[in-house]
Design a protein around this ligand. Sequence first.
Ligand SMILES: *Cc1c(COP(=O)(O)O)cnc(C)c1O
Length: 390
Amino acid sequence: MTSPLHPETLAIRGARAGSGYGEHSQALFLTSSFTYDTAEEARALFLGETEGFTYTRTANPTVSAFAARMAQLEKAESGVATASGMAAIQATLMALLQAGDHVVTSKSLFGTTIGLLNTLPAYGIEVTFVAQTDVSAWQAAMRPNTKMLLLETPSNPLGEIADIVALAQMAHAAGALLAVDNCFCSPALQQPIALGADLSIQSATKAIDGQGRVMGGAVCGSAALIEIIFKHVRTAGQIMSPFNAWVLLSGLETLYVRMEKQCANALILAQWLQTCPQVEAVYYPGLPEHPQAELVRQQQSAGGIVVTFAVKGGQAEAWQVVDALNIFSRTGNLGDVKSTVTHPFTTTHARVEPAEKIATGITPNLLRLSIGLEHIDDLRADLQQALDQL
Ligand SMILES: *Cc1c(COP(=O)(O)O)cnc(C)c1O
């Protein structure tokens, strides 16, 4: 689906569903089923002999428009929309794997994704967790029955980068697929499929909505792979609600301009935090000092909207900063135009074993910020007054 139009234009004027009444806004088809003029028309529709809609679990025009526009932005042939980001990951795993298969993945994954992968052995699918940035560890974990490599880059919350080009080559040499959770960048900053990945998975709940309203997810890739995942989604029912698709289509219209400004704000704050005496370390892919700065430059068009930093001290000091902030929302969501603060050790990663957390760098003094669209001076002043209380 290569288009001569720029992604900023496609995000606004790409795939859409019209009612036929000429509405300028996106039409919302809030209906569970569709009617047919004749029994013969129903027969042909159900067999797929004619194009059209029968039942929203199977397909809905607003939802299909969202999935198609996501595919345009991800530079993929096709896309499928799901109820949430987790539904997108679950559908990908369940549709493409079977008992006896093996998955290699990163230790630095979203906590709920780790929980989901830990359910796979019950279905006869083995999983090996390796270090995100160590390509040789991924290679060493490969087995004859490895069918999928799954990763997330940059990682949450430390912004570690996985080498998509190298891992795609590794996967393909072994006859396996590479699936990339593109949530932290969104297609506005990174297109994993253009770098060689087979599938790009998205939690639309985050930056695509951008205003923290609805849940949603998407998987984009080749028409052949998406057809398999789509069949699973419509059968298992992890479908996106038409209302959510309608909200998320509006979210896409402003995605690029929001991400550009939020990334600019994030870079300013990351660089400023580096100068604060109360701060021990700053983790942000957009910093020139990032240990994988060259790889960041190759894969992403900006550093992203998540800035993580360690305060000097421990959990008490980190919590003191969280509680002293007045503008930043204390919440787990990210990608919102409202800036947020999270203490990963006791929230997003609360269920991970303490020793495992420390081993992967998620220490009790770590704070994760998602930077929004408030004025940069207000955000900096809020952080300054909170740090000054230490
Ligand atoms: C939030 C998140 C998910 C899950 O998405 P939901 O929409 O909450 O189900 C998956 N991966 C990453 C990296 C996330 O941040």
